[in-house]
Design a protein around this ligand. Structure first.
Ligand SMILES: N[C@@H](CCC(=O)N[C@@H](CS)C(=O)NCC(=O)O)C(=O)O
Length: 344
């Protein structure tokens, strides 16, 4: 492995960019978090094969994407600072929570950023500063300001549309907000007794939560007001945890799953657990839209092949474990009613 820095290109208000940055910070990986500004965009998109952010340029010059696979690479390359628990129950539940944050709570993140006019203007302006190439160390000049404004004008309607195709607009806000409040309260209760999901040490799932909080839920003003109302302790947890670096903490011994995590799984099953099989079915049938009912309400979400690929990656990960670990991972999923989601 070449020594050197990992360059994380994205933008500060981006959910997945902040997740990768959170991992690099905690794992003490030499890195720079850089805006994916117009001067680097074309080169990075051609190399990575995606317009999505973040992309990471490794010291050997690979340009790769997807927060989960990037963090898995970090984990392999820096095994003394690993963030994926090695024991099977913790490992698989870490992966499942990671999947839930990535593929389901993006709806809530989009909702809070784009649902009000003022919030949407604030979100578009913040994104445009990075993607439009505004300098981070001084006020933009007139040309730079014009470029930032052009990006903001493009981003705002895009964001509103993204919220709509995820069924995350005002028509769905009541149930979406109820679910997010329940999730945040459970996290707040857990983090009040333990700094990470599986003990003192932060796992990939904690870092995903941290990135989501940092980029959206404690930063966007509408979301922050919601967090302040329902789970104020998470603001302090995010601020403290963002500053943490690995100091050799360990996960709970004996593959223990803390009691305070157990109420998360029924919540996962009630929302994401309904979506995931429906999305899979729609991907297999080649349908553009995934239509299903959630708590009595009809939802129509743009079918997401990437969410199905992420599900398949977890199925493959279980299959690749040594037989004893695979059995224990399946048992950990089965006892929580989750196994059907991650079967072939
Ligand atoms: N699965 C990818 C998702 C990346 C992603 O969706 N990034 C968002 C920003 S947070 C994006 O680039 N959105 C632009 C789009 O969807 O067109 C990951 O984990 O990195």
């Amino acid at each position: 492995m070449l020594p050197g820095e990992y360059l994380i290109y994205g933008c500060d208000p981006s959910y997945f960019t902040r997740m990768v940055e959170a991992a690099a910070r905690y794992m003490r990986i030499p890195h720079k978090a850089l805006p994916k500004s117009p001067d680097v965009r074309e080169r990075l998109e051609a190399r990575a094969g995606t317009h999505l952010i973040p992309v990471v340029e490794t010291p050997e010059g690979w340009v790769i994407h997807d927060s989960t696979y990037i963090i898995q690479l970090f984990d392999m390359r820096f095994p003394d600072r690993a963030v994926i628990p090695p024991s099977p129950a913790q490992r698989i539940l870490c992966r499942v929570i990671d999947d839930w944050i990535d593929e389901w709570f993006t709806r809530a993140a989009l909702h809070f950023r784009w649902v009000t006019d003022e919030g949407a203007r604030e979100g578009a302006a913040a994104i445009a500063r990075d993607l439009g190439g505004a300098p981070r160390d001084r006020e933009p000049n007139a040309d730079e300001q014009a470029m930032v404004q052009a990006v903001a004008d493009f981003i705002l309607p895009w964001g509103r549309k993204a919220m709509g195709v995820m069924a995350a607009g005002p028509d769905h806000q009541e149930k979406l907000r109820t679910e997010l409040a329940a999730f945040l309260k459970l996290l707040e209760a857990h983090y009040a007794v333990m700094p990470g999901l599986f003990g003192e040490r932060l796992s990939m799932a904690d870092l995903k939560i941290l990135g989501a909080m940092k980029a959206h839920f404690i930063s966007d003003s509408v979301a922050r007001a919601f967090v302040s109302e329902h789970a104020p302790g998470l603001i302090g947890w995010t601020d403290r945890t963002w500053e943490r670096v690995d100091e050799g903490e360990t996960w709970l011994a004996g593959d223990e799953i803390p009691e305070t995590l157990e109420p998360l799984f029924p919540l996962l099953l009630d929302g994401f657990g309904v979506f995931l099989p429906e999305n899979r079915r729609a991907v297999e049938a080649g349908e553009k839209w995934t239509e299903f009912k959630l708590a009595g309400q009809s939802l129509r979400i743009l079918t997401r092949p990437d969410a199905e690929k992420a599900r398949q990656a977890i199925v493959a990960e279980i299959a690749s474990m040594p037989a004893g670990d695979a059995k224990a991972a399946r048992a950990a999923l089965a006892s929580r009613g989750l196994l059907f989601l991650y079967e072939d």
